[in-house]
Design a protein around this ligand. Structure first.
Ligand code: R5P
Length: 292
């Protein structure tokens, strides 16, 4: 079965990078039937190459919402065009946040998306799902979490950071992994989340005076978490602060809040002006590990 990579419009550069890493063909997709697309914003996809009898790797982040529809259209189009096997790579699993039913009647959104991915896809690879990764074991298709920390660790090593910091205990395992790639020690802060927009950091003395520090997190959303950590680092005498995340959403006033940082970097799971490292080698490695 020939391996071919297809990218949804949220993930074209990453999908091309994965195809290049694996040295397999990339199947182009048309995303507009007419220039400008449908006036009502509905998505359109058309595969521009054959996939009959092939193993297709479908790469598409499910954020923002229209990208979920595009994912479903592409998976269905791949099956209709005769793909024998489909591996979904969802670099940023939008709607992955809710992994439990807190109140009766709520949708468990991570499960909802996974259920629909399983309709056409045989397996799923994702990265730093913004929930308890244990949820992946409950998905109705084989699922693996791929780490983006080697890519971030390589960037921090080349930026010559002295220490890696987790802004909260949730990011500790990420900071540990990135610091071992960067070859420097790690530390962590303890964060209390007041609401979606407000966080508080517990006072803690850090050995950062005169040092260059890389803060590592899975997601930067409103930027509140990183901004608080960066402010604390600068207050304790850090010379340079680099904020690094896997998924850079940068919503609302995030850009303004992040001005305390000397550098802000994100991977290509979500495209933004801060996308400075690619996780294509990490996903390609995971595909190879599946035995292809
Ligand atoms: C949860 O705590 C996550 O690890 C991130 O720290 C959080 O999602 C970042 O959100 P924000 O940028 O809005 O503080």
């Amino acid at each position: 079965m020939a391996l071919k990579v297809v990218g949804g419009s949220a993930s074209v550069p990453l999908a091309r990078g994965i195809a290049k890493e694996l040295a397999v063909p990339y199947v182009d997709v048309a995303f507009e039937r007419h220039p400008g697309g449908f006036p009502d914003g509905e998505r359109y996809v058309r595969l521009l190459g054959p996939v009959s009898g092939d193993h297709a790797i479908l790469v598409q982040t499910t954020h923002p919402d229209p990208m979920i529809v595009e994912f479903l259209l592409l998976a269905d189009a791949l099956r209709d065009a005769g793909a024998r096997r489909i591996t979904a790579i969802i670099p940023y699993f939008g709607y992955g946040r809710q992994d439990k039913r807190f109140l009766e009647g709520e949708a468990v959104s991570a499960k909802t998306i996974a259920k629909h991915v399983a309709v056409d896809c045989d397996e799923l690879l994702t990265m730093a799902i913004p929930a308890n990764p244990e949820i992946l074991k409950t998905f109705p298709l084989p699922t693996r979490e791929v780490s983006g920390m080697p890519a971030i660790g390589r960037y921090l090593r080349s930026s010559k950071v002295d220490v890696v910091l987790a802004p909260d205990e949730g990011a500790l395992r990420l900071a540990k992994e990135a610091s071992s790639v960067a070859g420097v020690p790690f530390d962590f802060l303890v964060k209390e989340r007041i609401d979606s927009y407000t966080v508080k950091i517990e006072p803690k003395a850090l050995a950062v005076r005169g040092k260059s520090v890389g803060i590592v997190d899975d997601v930067i959303s409103t930027g509140g978490t990183i901004a608080m950590a960066a402010k604390e680092l600068k207050a304790q005498g850090a010379r340079r602060v680099i904020a690094a995340c896997v998924h850079g959403l940068f919503v609302d006033e995030a850009e303004g809040k992040l001005r305390t940082c000397d550098d802000v970097i994100a991977t290509d799971t979500v495209q933004s002006k801060h996308t400075k490292v690619s996780v294509a080698p990490e996903f390609a490695g995971a595909i190879r590990a599946l035995g292809y």
